[in-house]
Design a protein around this ligand. Structure first.
Ligand code: COA
Length: 415
């Protein structure tokens, strides 16, 4: 039995943040009913299509293990059916623009009237305040949540990251909120509202930067490369390039082949506890006793020299050779893996983190499976549903409609 078996989710999500959340819940065994507009569906079905008229990878990779029902929740019949679905479900998840559910006639107060045990979970761009009404996408959240101003090279433009910390990150936060509310409902008997703003989710992931903002009041951030380079700090936590975010200095360094391979790099951390091993590996044993290099504090002002010497060594090895040599002596390093290398990685396939899924219209494709592994509730990745694929069965089994009622709802354009 899967961990969330028996939990039914009314999934009103679209694009990325909400679908990430409900996909996770589906992997844990919840019955996720994805409600989509008849004839239209989640906009991502048609976005970035690689094969004409076939659900995009954007959609298929975010909507595994769900059932799809089409329903016009703005029509009278649609509202009637939607009300029944609210009665029958444990959780409703949505990430529409602010106020969209209220405009449909389903405010939180109304939802509680229909089903007091309902957990109502939302993603919005911003929490209550000046920007509460704004529509928000990933990069807006990265910028407003403190990620962009602290990402990139010093003196250059702010950068957004490839990791979808605004969308998928907030979806993860929301999933935890939902499971927590489900646990609380066991004791209270009541549902509750779960809200997660994308700005807040990004900021939560950037908390070390708010840490540094406050440390700045007490002096320069000595582990940042700009300290050793003699560049003054301004009033705000600066962009730190590839400096390690923690107390152990680290950088991205060139490896053999970097001239032609854009990913021939390694991340290299000069962890204090293994400094002697670093010195031996790079052929600088004298640095172990040299007062200019022997302690972490002594090294901070000349990290460029330290990493320059390490890079002279890493450039003679491939990124995998660096991994092989350093791991043996406990030096933390990581090869910069391209998406091609990740797609072909045998161990990720074995653990189900990278999975091949078959789809009736597009054929086989690769996806990311559930990154959270439960020993008693393994996740099987099932393909995403076609638009409205499960409308009839959901109307029959969950809503309790007869064949005649379903035909009539279809004639009215409600489903
Ligand atoms: N039946 C009838 N109408 C439906 C429907 C259904 N099954 N499903 C959706 N709709 C309607 C909504 O009620 C809304 O109508 P309204 O504007 O008249 O109230 C409309 O479709 C579109 O919703 P909206 O959310 O405004 O879509 P959008 O494409 O304009 O905006 C976002 C997209 C993502 C910017 C916006 O939804 C948003 O800001 N969401 C919150 C933050 C978020 O999650 N962002 C990240 C997305 S990855």
């Amino acid at each position: 039995m899967k961990a969330l078996e028996g939990v039914r989710i009314l999934d009103m999500t679209h694009v990325q943040s909400g679908p990430t959340c409900t996909q996770l819940l589906a992997w844990f065994g919840a019955d996720v009913l994805k409600v989509e507009r008849p004839g239209v569906g989640d906009a991502t079905r048609g976005q970035l299509q690689d094969i004409p008229d076939v659900d995009s990878l954007y959609f298929t990779m975010l909507n595994h293990n769900k059932r799809s029902i089409t329903l016009n929740t703005k029509s009278d019949k649609g509202k009637e059916i939607f009300t029944k679905l609210i009665e029958q479900c444990d959780v409703m998840v949505e990430n529409f623009a602010p106020g969209a559910l209220d405009r449909m006639g389903f405010s939180w107060e109304r939802i509680q009237e229909i089903n007091p045990r309902m957990i109502y979970a939302s993603v919005k761009g911003f929490g209550p305040g000046a920007y509460a009404d704004c529509k928000v996408y990933e990069n807006v959240a990265q910028c407003a949540g403190g990620s962009a101003s602290t990402t990139g090279m010093l003196g250059e433009v702010p950068l957004v990251t490839g990791a979808q910390i605004g969308d998928s990150g907030t979806g993860l936060h929301l999933a935890l909120g939902i499971v927590t509310a489900l646990y609380h409902r066991e004791k209270s008997g009541r549902g509750q509202r779960v809200e997660c703003a994308m700005q807040d989710g990004v900021l939560n992931l950037c908390r070390v930067k708010l840490r540094d903002q406050q440390r700045l009041q007490h002096g320069p951030l000595r582990e940042y490369s700009q300290f050793g380079e003699g560049i003054d700090f301004g009033e705000a936590a600066p962009r730190a390039g590839n400096d390690s975010g923690g107390g152990q200095p680290g950088r991205i360094l060139k490896c053999k082949g970097w001239e032609t391979d854009p990913d021939a790099y390694t991340y290299f951390i000069t962890q204090a506890a293994v400094w002697g091993n670093v010195c031996d590996v790079i052929g600088k044993p004298d640095w172990k006793e040299d007062p200019g290099f022997a302690t972490p504090e002594a090294r901070l002002p000349h990290l460029n020299e330290v990493f320059g010497a390490i890079e002279d060594w890493t450039m003679t090895k491939t990124k995998f050779e660096v991994m092989e040599i350093c791991n043996k002596v406990n030096i933390p390093v990581g090869p910069i893996l391209s998406m091609k290398e990740i797609a072909e990685d045998e161990s990720l396939r074995k653990t189900g983190t990278v999975v091949e899924v078959d789809h009736p219209e597009r054929g086989p494709y690769l996806s990311v499976g559930n990154p959270i592994k439960l020993s008693d509730s393994p996740s099987d990745v099932e393909r995403s549903p076609l638009l409205g694929e499960h409308t009839d069965e959901i109307l029959k089994d969950v809503v309790g409609m007869s064949d005649e009622e379903i035909i009539s709802a279809k004639e009215e354009g409600a489903v």
